[in-house]
Design a protein. Structure first.
Ligand code: MF3
Ligand code: CO
Length: 270
């Protein structure tokens, strides 16, 4: 399938989906505490979808059983919510997608349960900042792997982290996963040209150790093969006709974090 280019009206619908995702992730972040389970977080997301007349992107996707992915500590992505109570120091990665009027939003955060190991805190901070640098590197007329390169070079500048090879970002629109696939590493200047109306999910996944992963017998949960802690952040953004990006799944459209990188966001979806 070719890359799907969205009109401004279509991006307005994607913004609605993005705000549902942002709202749910905020609620889940606030709920994280010792004793809470990842199934409790899933229930919060279900409730939020209902309230907003939205539907889940993940439920039944290739048979996926829940509305969120929740990956704890050495689980990096695609963890299935369960009844294990969180404990102080856990790193919880939550991935969530919602559909409004047929248009998807997809985002993820990693959150520590109260006080975490400082090296885990840095892992999360590096992962999140690499995502913002990736989005900030996306320019109309530039190329897809400009994003990949910005993500990777920031991570590498911060220390020795494993960057997952088999998983990456993706186009997003009337399906959660569209072309193009977006690697979190590589040289700049490659892949399709970035154009107005393109929407992409940028989602670095890194560990404190290896880039090598294993999939558990549940056929979903991706864990680091050296059991090192993982982190995952994701936002969906679009390039607008004023040539500027807008982060569909960020409450402020990315104004603050992209602004800090000297990148102005589009005013067309505000
Ligand atoms: N949201 C994930 C991604 O960012 C996909 C989740 S897999 C699912 O690409 F099966 F849970 F949907
Ligand atoms: Co995604």
């Amino acid at each position: 399938m070719a890359i799907q280019i969205k009109t401004l009206d279509q991006l307005k619908l994607m913004r609605k989906a993005g705000l549902v995702v942002a709202g749910a992730l905020d609620l889940m972040r606030s709920a994280i505490a010792p004793g809470v389970t990842t199934l409790d977080l899933d229930a919060i997301a279900v409730e939020h979808l209902k309230k907003n007349n939205a539907t889940p992107s993940f439920l039944n996707y290739h048979g996926y059983p829940n509305v969120i992915c929740a990956s704890v500590n050495h689980e990096v992505v695609h963890g299935i919510p369960n009844a294990r109570p969180m404990v102080v120091g856990d790193v919880i990665s939550i991935d969530f997608g919602a559909i409004v009027d047929g248009w998807h939003g997809d985002a993820a955060i990693s959150v520590g349960v109260e006080e975490v190991d400082p090296a885990d805190k840095k892992l999360m901070d590096v992962c999140e900042e690499s995502m913002w640098r990736g989005i900030g590197a996306a320019k109309v007329g530039g190329h897809l792997t400009d994003i990949s390169h910005a993500v990777e070079s920031y991570i590498v500048s911060q220390g020795k982290y494993g960057i997952l090879r088999e998983y990456g970002g993706h186009g997003i629109g009337t399906e959660m996963h569209q072309e193009p696939h977006l690697l979190n590493y590589g040289s700049p200047g490659g892949g399709p040209e970035l154009q107005v109306g393109l929407a992409l999910a940028v989602e670095p996944m890194i560990t404190r150790g290896t880039e090598k992963m294993k999939v558990l017998s549940d056929e979903w949960t991706v864990v680091s093969s050296d059991s090192s802690t993982g982190a995952h952040f994701e936002h969906s953004f679009a390039l607008l006709s004023d040539g500027k990006p807008f982060v569909l799944t960020a409450a402020d459209g990315g104004r603050e974090r992209l602004g800090a990188l000297g990148v102005e966001i589009s005013s067309l979806l505000a």
